[in-house]
Design a protein around this ligand. Sequence first.
Ligand code: ATR
Length: 269
Amino acid sequence: MMRAAVLGHPISHSLSPLLHGHWLQHYGISGKYEAIDTPPELLAERLSQLNEKGYQGVNLTVPLKQQVLPLLDTISPLAERIGAVNTLTFKDGQLHGENTDAFGFVENLHQAVENLAPFLHQAVVLGAGGASRAVVAGLLQAGAESILLLNRSRDKADALAQMDERIHTAEWANRNEALQGATLLVNTTSLGMQGQPALEIDLSALPQSALVTDIVYQPLITPLLQAAKQRGNPIVDGLGMLIYQAVPAFEQFFGTRPEVTSALRETLL
Ligand code: ATR
């Protein structure tokens, strides 16, 4: 039987077992996908155990995506660029790291709009944490012409801007004005998530044609998406990023490229 898992700490809230379990059942694959709580200090030991047991691979989530880097034998150029690995496979006993979050983010947008190109002229990205690195790498790969990055701690935005010369940064305090001329607005901060403070931003300067998306998916329609929708902007919720990052991971673990259906989305809500 083929086996894979998601490792993280804490891990009880992960939707990945539901997601992969849905596809295993749908395709009648004899496989298992579980969640294994793994504190950072146990990561190396856990990986060698799973490798020995013949697991196909694992997904990694908070706080292990960066911590796994020194344990890898090989890494994809994209994961290296992002500096984080969310999908690890055991190929002939070797640990290979990849990052499918960037693909997940962009694919979610591709599915939502007919043609993404017009939205990639001037992106404004809020936040410069781990998730932002994947979003920005995805946007660059998709052909973004210019990315304006704003983060509460400016130094983190400036560090991320080293990734590519198409990235510029501005002060967090100037986020309202930064929206002028934007074709895409992305929230990658934790603001607006259940139990977190709201994202305070005035959308007045944002063109009505700009696409607005949030990687927060709890709640599915964040106050940012609600405000954008109310003034007529097209919006894309964040659940799709979670679903689409799992597509290439599932294929690597279980050998079948799974399809994303509305039934799957409903399973997760
Ligand atoms: P993730 O992996 O989800 O990106 P992270 O690396 O901890 O998590 O990043 C969290 C992001 O949310 C950061 O951009 C953080 O800004 P700082 O780098 O200044 O910490 C942002 N964030 C969290 N709380 C915030 C707040 N109250 N106001 C503004 N930004 C906030």
